[in-house]
Design a binder for this molecule. Structure first.
Ligand code: NAD
Ligand code: WQD
Length: 340
């Protein structure tokens, strides 16, 4: 069964491609390399001993997508390709809507032209916005995220819902990721941010490896147990396996039409201070840090209600916080400069 993975060279995409290959799916990766390197795929192929077709192209280019569907018999699309820096999205919102919304629309149109109905979308916990209470449950209404990035995810979920009503053959799954961290246990593939990392774990790992002096903890006066923000961190390999479960779910539910959303998280919140402690305990490396003012747009705490994925997708995050820390460090120390 051939799966088209857009954005398959990126952080979550590369780990998912590895999981797909391990589960005997054939994979075609489509990526424009805007935030990734082909080296991730070379390593995935080396780790699995399997080959992947790579096509360099942009999801906004309908004729390039057309060729992919003409040349390959695609059963399902897993759509990762997007821009993902929350802060940057406020500076260049049009680029974010172009890539994330227009890109997804273009892809859905080309899929429709080629009669491909199965679509798994990389959504985010950010779609619950600021108004929903924690833990987030899939039955809640879509919220109002504070960034254009978050809004782009809400828009694509809305487009999927409207499209499913108009095309009774459409079979969409929206996977709402919480905070993926860590790397494959080999230390061969992992997260390779360009420039200064925006996210907690990539920044912390660069402090650990000596590339940055200290970690800034964005606020210690939140209404949480220790004053720092709490998030639902999950291992990227658990997340990758969630995509295989979603594919199997689509295959097992041949009568399903419409759109179904699933949270992919652990169901637990962990604070920034607890992350620092867990990393120090797992690696015996001290992390210098300083408390700085809150970062604009950060919510105090959120985590998933993960029951729906457990009961319906037969998926559960199994890797511990310690494993997440060990694997983050393994990747960072083995590849201090990423894929370069
Ligand atoms: P990433 O940047 O590592 O991967 C995205 C990939 O898409 C990159 O390889 C990039 O080159 C490619 N890409 C971007 N725009 C493209 C375009 N127009 N055409 C073709 N390829 C394009 O990001 P990631 O962390 O792996 O995230 C994957 C997906 O998951 C994204 O949709 C992201 O919004 C979503 N997501 C990520 C997180 C997270 O914390 N990393 C959380 C929730 C949701
Ligand atoms: C985690 C916590 C920060 C960096 C983002 C997106 C979300 C999703 C996942 C895509 C927060 C604190 C961070 C640092 C810090 N992405 N922090 N010092 O903001 O929960 O989620 O990535 O969909 O949509 O918003 O993740 O890793 O940036 O932050 O103290 O240098 O770490 O304040 O509490 P976030 P993050």
């Amino acid at each position: 069964m051939k799966i088209l993975v857009t954005g398959g060279l990126g952080y979550i995409g590369s780990h998912t491609v590895l999981s797909l290959l391990e589960n005997n799916f054939q994979v075609v990766v489509f990526d424009n390399l805007v935030n990734s390197s082909e080296e991730s795929l070379n390593r995935v192929m080396k780790l699995t001993g399997k080959t992947v077709t790579f096509i360099e192209g942009d999801i906004r280019d309908a004729s390039a997508l057309d060729k992919v569907f003409e040349q390959h018999d695609i059963a399902c699309v897993i759509h990762f390709a997007a821009l993902k820096a929350v802060g940057e999205s406020s500076n260049i919102p049009l680029s974010y809507y172009q890539n994330n919304v227009f890109g997804a629309l273009n892809l859905l149109e080309v899929m429709a032209k080629h009669q491909v109905h199965n679509f798994i979308f990389s959504s985010s916990a950010t779609v619950y916005g600021e108004e929903n209470e924690i833990p987030y449950v899939e039955t809640m209404k879509l919220g109002t995220p504070s960034s254009p990035y978050g809004a782009s995810k809400v828009m694509v979920e809305r487009i999927m819902a409207d499209y499913a009503i108009a095309d009774p053959e459409f079979r969409g799954v929206s996977l709402r990721y919480f905070n993926p961290i860590g790397a494959h246990q080999s230390g061969e593939i992992g997260e390779d941010p360009s420039g200064i990392p925006n996210n907690l774990l990539p920044f912390l790992a660069q402090v650990a490896v000596g590339k940055r002096d200290k970690l800034n903890v964005f606020g210690d006066d939140y209404p949480t147990k220790d004053g720092s923000c709490e998030r639902d961190y999950l291992h990227v390999m658990d997340l990758a396996e969630g995509h295989v479960c979603a594919l199997n779910w689509l295959n097992d539910h041949s009568n399903f039409n419409g759109v179904e959303a699933f949270n992919l998280g652990t169901g637990n919140g962990t604070s920034v201070f607890a992350i620092i402690k867990a990393f120090e305990q797992a690696t015996a490396i001290k992390i210098p840090f300083e408390v700085t003012p809150r970062r604009a747009g950060d919510l105090p705490a959120f985590w998933a209600d993960a029951h729906k994925a457990t009961t319906q997708l037969n998926w559960q995050a199994t890797r511990s916080l310690e494993t997440m820390m060990v694997d983050t460090w393994h990747w960072q120390s083995k590849n201090p400069n990423g894929y370069l």
